[in-house]
Design a binder for this molecule. Structure first.
Ligand code: GLN
Length: 491
């Protein structure tokens, strides 16, 4: 029999309700898995051992009372370290926030707590979510459970690796240009970036506010629907969250995609991407066809400009958002500085890593007078074009399908120059620019490493992605594969 940490939310919820197991049993198995493999994987920047036991005790009371508790009650999970957790360190994997304990919870943290969820710890990431591999973490990189010499993807590499390694049952990440979907692909789990505005960003440490979204990393699509039910919905504390009713996402778990119209954008299968990855994704699309979907090639012509526009818009917003880290109110402060201006400078010089500094400089440049029109404003116009391409495609199609990434996970150090790293997000960035929901599903392997199928939906139509993803998983078993990760010390 599998250990409980290897199971899904829906399997465990059922066992909890039949009283076959207790929340304490699940948590014990999860912690023993952490003790076995965390030394190798390094998915966490901080652990919440004590706190998780208190939450588990509370969940057990609720489960015993049996007043139809939420499916997430008593289920252990991890949160990316840019999601505020009251009294628990929240560092964004940056030295500049070392030791910072937020005085409040992010809305998603609070909503999960309301369900009786159990927080095991905070997961590693690229510093301030800037990166695609976790190599930019200010502390240490996370390793891919499928091959410890490979990156887990980023920036939500910690959450994805923790789920893939069965240390937690599910996790939350954030996605500004692909940071949920890319690590989901590289680690062989399900990742959903909801529509911009679907999930409150209150308490998510801002990187690029017009692009950031929080979403789930789970072992299958059923769990994705369950987590979305808990975290999605309007929040008066986030003025960009949409005041729309939240559907019951489990209602979309129907094994039926007959007649679903799927567009396949040829620009997302570009020349430089790995031919074997393309072949695996094409096979997955044929699978959708075999299930009754109508798949057709289409074009999103502005795709080639999306990357450039993203690296102007995201850096411009980041340069403004990160101005607050000055050593005055929270986090790191440089010592022995002669005056306040030097203190600001030294704090930022010592606190930020090289990628964060690069982004701040790029963004400040793009916003500076004389360059604003040529760079920032132009990028906003390109963003409109990217959005328009999708609007047109969605007049004809219900969803769009593509690879999530042009390759499988790469080795540490393989993408040393920033541009080659940036190109990893080729297929995910346009989705953020257009504010659309995007899901990555495990759909095969190349050289032993997982490949992801990306499904993109109309605004606020996460439901159709869940329906298509669920149908795909009913007909395939890629999501059931587990990495060959053995217990023991570092290799
Ligand atoms: N890799 C992209 C970047 O570095 C996206 C990161 C993200 O989605 N947070 O900006």
């Amino acid at each position: 029999m599998s250990r409980l940490n290897e199971l899904t939310i829906h399997q465990l919820a059922e066992m909890l309700r039949s009283r076959e197991i207790s929340a304490g049993d699940i948590l014990a198995d999860c912690w023993s898995r952490v003790d076995e493999v965390e030394e190798k994987v390094r998915a966490f920047v901080s652990l919440n051992r004590e706190g998780s036991r208190h939450q588990k005790d509370k969940a057990e009371v609720r489960l015993r009372q049996g007043d139809s508790p939420d499916a997430l009650c008593g289920i252990p999970m991890g949160l990316k370290d840019n999601l505020c957790t009251r009294g628990i360190p929240t560092t964004c994997a940056s030295k500049v926030l070392a030791g910072f304990r937020p005085p409040y919870d992010a809305t998603v943290t609070a909503r999960l707590a309301d369900t009786g969820a159990v927080l095991m710890g905070k997961n590693n990431m690229d510093e301030f979510a800037m990166g695609s591999s976790t190599e930019n973490s200010g502390f240490f990189p996370t390793r891919n459970p499928w091959d410890l010499d490979h990156v887990p993807g980023g920036s939500s590499g910690g959450p994805a690796a923790a789920v893939a390694a069965d240390e937690v049952i599910y996790a939350l990440g954030s996605d500004t240009g692909g940071s949920i979907r890319l690590p989901a692909t590289f680690c062989g789990v399900v990742g959903l970036k909801p529509t911009y505005g679907r999930v409150s960003r209150y308490g998510l440490v801002a990187f690029a506010s017009s692009l950031d979204q929080i979403g789930p990393l789970t072992k299958d699509v059923v769990d994705c629907a369950l987590v979305m039910n808990a975290i999605a919905g309007w929040d008066p504390r986030d003025s960009t969250s949409a005041n729309l009713p939240r559907p019951d996402y489990t209602a979309f778990l129907k094994d039926d995609i007959k007649g679903l119209k799927v567009g396949i954008p040829r620009e997302f299968f570009e020349e430089d991407s790995d031919p074997e990855v393309k072949a695996v994704v094409k096979k997955a699309i044929q699978q959708l066809e075999a299930m009754g979907a109508i798949c057709e090639e289409t074009s999103l012509p502005s795709t080639e400009y999306a990357m450039s526009a993203y690296y102007l818009i995201a850096t411009a917003e980041a340069s403004s958002n990160l101005a607050r880290y000055d050593g005055v109110r929270y986090g790191y402060r440089a010592e022995d500085t002669p005056d306040v201006v030097t203190m600001f400078q030294q704090t930022r010089e010592e606190g930020f890593g090289p990628e964060v500094k690069r982004r701040i400089m790029l963004g400040t440049y793009a916003l500076s007078s004389g360059y604003y029109d040529a760079y920032y404003l132009k990028a906003l116009k390109v963003r409109t074009l990217v959005k328009r391409d999708f609007d047109q495609a969605f007049q004809k199609y219900d969803i769009i399908a593509s690879p999530t990434a042009p390759t499988t996970s790469f080795r540490f150090g393989a993408k040393a120059d920033p541009l080659s790293m940036y190109l990893t997000d080729l297929c995910t960035i346009p989705v953020n620019l257009a504010g659309l929901p995007g899901m990555s599903l495990p759909c095969g392997f190349v050289g032993g490493m997982p490949v992801g199928l990306q499904l993109i939906g109309k605004p606020f139509d996460e439901g159709t992605l869940i329906r298509a993803g669920y149908a795909f998983q009913q007909g395939t078993d890629w999501h059931l594969k587990k990495p060959p990760l053995k217990s023991g010390g570092a290799d």
